[in-house]
Design a protein around this ligand. Structure first.
Ligand SMILES: Nc1ncnc2c1ncn2[C@@H]1O[C@H](COP(=O)(O)OP(=O)(O)O)[C@@H](O)[C@H]1O
Ligand SMILES: [Mg+2]
Length: 497
């Protein structure tokens, strides 16, 4: 859904110190409108449904099903409002004070223009205007909900959400294409970017960390498409992964030990398989006093430790300048005296720098990578080296990989939609020109139940003294490791016997 490269503009606000929408003046009517600006339909939502579709009411459907007159009035008031106040000043106020300010001015405008309105109409209008000035217009009620995973706006009249794994059409609508473009523009302007006809593709992030992608006309034929992947405030914990059967308790114990004993871990998996979630879980076992530096394309990790520096890449600006790549970040990171380096996703030449870091005393570094098996992950790592223009003999590259990576953990989204950790695989060394790996922990699919859900179980492979047992001993975790591995192995014997 989001391009491989999630990119952000210059002064990306941190998740904590949030840039308020009002810091950049809201787009006005003169913001470039998409070339095909269709008037808003005023027919009811129901008549817009396609066969087999139903719509869910998501509370105040701001702007939906209101007549043209209302929007006309609102536009007039809105324009008068932005003419009469300095929006950048609103930035210095908190939400409540800003709303009060807007309320006063709007009341004044209504009186001045002798507009006749009931109190409740005025309240609705005020809410609408505040959402437009301080927030994200009709999207506000959706953004406020925690149970929504994704928001997908297909042009001004259709907005879908994903709740509980299901995609549903909502009754949220925008006035017209330019209203939608204005909201898109407001979102991306917070990270110093623009979206219009000349740069119709844009990635951004909301202050709460949600990821946003906008693709505007003329590329999007039926009006701008806005996709928001809502930021999950509470990332899953390892205990929850156990509860969801993504990993057995013993497997989780092995992962805990890997995090604790500063093994260099590569997490491999497909898109949406839970790599980032797993990486986040592993970071929970980093000691409080370790200096950790995270490098990501868009900050997703939520480390609990106090001593963390978070870094984020930056895409080039409109002139094609100013790009800061993952490579740049990792290189710089090495000058920051890190104890551990955590890389959100390795996908290019930065693989070289990450392995160098792992090799040079930054034990316990971790990263994720897109691959379907541990072996494929290692092969991809190797091919990424060549992307950086290194013409090292492949044997040298493989030696570097084996001496850096201790363990590959494989995450997978199975065909029934469940997410499992399918492999914990150790990288042993080289035999001739080949990298030798050894599975420590596996997930076996044993069948399928009546509902088409896959049955299976996690087991250890019988290896109770993996290579990293030595590390575990050093950190006083060897007994725990052996116990976890033996336990899931005996269970296996019992089952078979
Ligand atoms: N083991 C799991 N069980 C259930 N949901 C999971 C699990 N792991 C991840 N998820 C959910 O799946 C989605 C994608 O996870 P994420 O870690 O971002 O995947 P990736 O980084 O591989 O693309 C998130 O919404 C996350 O909460
Ligand atoms: Mg991810």
């Amino acid at each position: 859904m989001f391009g491989k490269r999630t990119s952000f503009g210059g002064n990306t606000p941190g998740v904590g110190e949030v840039a308020r929408p009002v810091q950049s003046p809201p787009p006005r009517a003169d913001v470039p409108a998409p070339p095909v600006s269709r008037p808003a339909d005023t027919d009811s939502m129901a008549s817009r449904l396609r066969p087999g579709e139903d719509v869910i009411d998501v509370g105040t459907p701001v702007n939906a099903q209101r007549d043209k007159e209302y929007f006309h009035t609102k536009s007039a008031i809105f324009n008068a409002l932005i003419d009469s106040i300095d929006l950048s000043q609103l930035a210095t106020m908190d939400q409540v004070a800003a709303r009060e300010e807007i309320r006063d001015i709007v009341a004044e405008i209504i009186a001045l223009k002798s507009i006749i309105m009931s109190i409740s109409e005025q309240e609705d209008l005020l809410e609408d205007i505040c959402n437009d000035v301080l927030g994200y217009g009709p999207l506000e009620p959706l953004l406020a909900r925690d149970d929504i995973a994704d928001i997908m706006v297909n042009g001004s009249q259709r907005c879908y959400i994903e709740v509980n794994g299901k995609v549903r059409l909502t009754n949220v609508r925008f006035r017209d294409d330019s209203h939608l473009m204005n909201v898109c523009q407001r979102i991306v302007s917070q990270v110093g970017r623009r979206v219009d006809e000349s740069s119709p593709i844009c990635d951004a992030r909301l202050p709460d960390g949600s990821r946003v992608n906008v693709i505007a006309p003329p590329l999007a034929i039926d009006g701008a498409a806005l996709t928001i992947r809502k930021f999950k405030r509470d990332k899953l914990t390892l205990q929850q992964l156990v509860k969801y059967n993504s990993i057995s308790p013993e497997g989780a114990e092995v992962l805990r030990i890997l995090g604790k004993v500063r093994a260099n871990v590569l997490i491999s998996g497909g898109t949406g398989s839970g790599k980032t979630t797993l990486l986040n879980c592993l970071t929970a076992f980093i000691e409080k006093d370790e200096r950790v530096i995270t490098c990501e394309d868009s900050a997703e990790l939520q480390l609990q430790q106090p001593h963390v520096v978070r870094l984020e890449t930056r895409p080039p600006n409109l002139e094609g300048e100013g790009e800061i790549t993952m490579r740049d970040l990792i290189k710089n990171c090495l000058r920051m005296r890190p104890e551990r380096i955590i890389v959100g996703e390795v996908r290019g030449p930065e693989s070289f720098d990450l392995l160098q870091a792992m090799n040079t005393g930054h034990d316990g570094s971790m990263g994720t990578l897109h691959a379907n098996s541990p072996r494929e992950a290692l092969a991809r790592l190797e091919s990424m080296f060549t992307m950086g223009g290194y013409s090292l003999p492949s044997r040298t590259i493989r030696e570097m990989i084996t001496s850096s990576i201790d363990v590959v953990v494989q995450a997978a989204r199975l065909r029934d939609g469940s997410r499992r950790i399918t492999h914990i695989t150790e990288v042993l060394g080289m035999e001739g020109d080949v990298i030798v790996t050894q599975d420590i922990f596996l997930y076996d699919i044993t069948g399928e139940d009546a509902n088409g859900m896959l049955l299976g179980r996690h087991r250890s492979t019988g290896i109770t003294k993996p290579q990293f047992a030595e590390r575990a001993r050093y950190f006083n975790e060897e007994a725990n490791l052996v116990e976890a591995l033996e336990k899931s192995n005996t269970e296996q014997h019992e089952l078979m016997g």
